[in-house]
Design a protein around this ligand. Structure first.
Ligand code: ZN
Length: 302
C-alpha cells in the first residue's frame, strides 16, 4: 500500500528553486496549517503573509488556499510530505485575492481539481499582472501562472474526499469580497473561513461590504464549529472570529454616528480612529481605507 501511495505523489521536479522554508503547524490530528506573517507582501516575506491548510482525508489531502506563488505551494507540499506522504486530492480557493491562490499551478500541473466560486470568472483578469508579481522577488515568483479553479461554482455544494465530507458554502452576499467561499468539515468540526476572519493584524475591508460581512460572521458563528481558521492570523479556536466581528461592529456604529451627525467622509476618516486597535499590525496602512470603504456603503442607509 505504501509503495502505491508513494507512486502517486507528485514527482514534478523543481521548476523553481526558491525555497520558502515553511513550517506546518498542527491544528488538529487531521489539520495542519502554514500561517503567514501579519504583514503586507514584500520582497522579504515573498508573499508568505497568508494561511494555507492541509486536511488529511485518509487517502489524500484537501488543500485550502494555495498561497502566493508556485514555489510557495511546492515548499508547503514538500513539508507536508514529511509529515505524511499523501497525494493531494482536492484544492479549494476561498476567494479571488491573489495571495490565496497563485500557488494553484503547482497542483493543476499535477492533475488536481481546484474548486472556487465563479467570482474568479467575473472578477479576475488573467491578462493583468498580479499584485504579487509586481511586489515579491522574481526568484520567488518564478514559475507562477494565473491558474484559475478548474471548477467554478455559483452555489454551495458538498463533496466527499476519502473519509471526509466537505461542505463548500458560497456566501450569498458581498462580504470580504463579492463572492466568498467557506469550507466546513462536519465530522471534524473545522471551518475554514478565508478572509472573513482575520487575526494578528487589521482586517482589510476595501472591496467588501461591512454589512454583508457582519451578517456573514453571525451566520458562521451560529454554525458552532470547534475550530475556525481564517485567511490571516494564527488563532484557530472556536472564537477566532471575535476580533474581526468586534472590529467591524464597532467601526459600523462609529461611522453611523458620524453620518447621523452630518459628517462628511474626510472628517469621518479623521474621527473614526479606533485607537484600541492601534497596536495591531497594518493599522497605520489600513484603518483610513477601511473607514472610507465602509462609509461609502453606510451612507446609502440614510
Ligand atoms: Zn482577501
Amino acid at each position: 500500500m505504501k509503495t502505491l501511495l508513494v507512486a502517486f505523489l507528485f514527482t514534478v521536479s523543481s521548476l523553481s528553486a526558491f525555497e520558502y522554508a515553511l513550517k506546518p503547524v498542527r491544528v488538529t490530528s487531521n489539520v495542519h496549517c502554514f500561517f503567514g506573517a501579519p504583514e503586507v507582501m514584500n520582497k522579504t516575506n515573498n508573499g508568505n503573509i497568508v494561511n494555507s491548510c492541509y486536511v488529511d482525508a485518509g487517502e489524500g489531502y484537501i488543500v485550502i488556499d494555495t498561497g502566493p506563488s508556485y514555489a510557495y505551494a511546492e515548499s508547503a507540499y514538500n513539508a507536508m510530505k514529511k509529515i505524511k506522504p499523501l497525494p493531494v486530492k482536492l484544492v479549494i480557493n476561498t476567494h479571488i485575492h491573489d495571495d490565496h491562490w497563485l500557488g494553484n499551478g503547482f497542483f493543476t500541473q499535477n492533475g488536481v481539481s481546484v474548486v472556487g466560486s465563479d467570482d474568479f470568472l467575473h472578477n479576475v483578469n488573467v491578462h493583468e499582472a498580479t499584485r504579487m508579481q509586481s511586489t515579491i522577488s522574481p526568484e520567488a515568483y518564478k514559475g507562477t501562472e494565473m491558474s484559475l479553479p478548474s471548477e467554478m461554482i455559483s452555489q454551495s455544494t458538498r463533496k466527499k474526499v476519502g473519509n471526509l465530507d466537505v461542505e463548500l458554502k458560497i456566501i450569498p452576499r458581498m462580504a470580504h469580497t463579492t463572492k466568498d467561499l467557506v469550507v466546513y468539515f462536519p465530522k471534524l468540526g473545522v471551518l475554514f473561513a478565508g478572509d472573513l476572519v482575520f487575526n494578528d493584524r487589521l482586517p482589510s475591508v476595501k472591496g467588501g461590504n461591512i454589512n454583508g460581512w457582519i451578517t456573514t460572521l453571525e451566520e458562521l458563528e451560529a454554525m458552532g464549529a470547534l475550530h475556525v481558521i481564517g485567511g490571516h492570523g494564527r488563532n484557530s479556536d472556536k472564537n477566532s472570529s471575535k476580533m474581526t466581528h468586534e472590529y467591524l461592529s464597532q467601526m459600523r456604529s462609529e461611522i453611523r454616528s458620524a453620518i447621523d451627525s452630518g459628517m462628511g467622509i474626510d472628517e469621518t476618516i479623521k474621527k473614526v480612529q479606533m485607537r484600541e486597535y492601534r497596536s495591531l499590525k497594518l493599522y497605520d496602512a489600513m484603518q483610513g481605507g477601511n473607514v472610507e470603504a465602509s462609509y461609502r456603503v453606510l451612507e446609502w442607509e440614510q
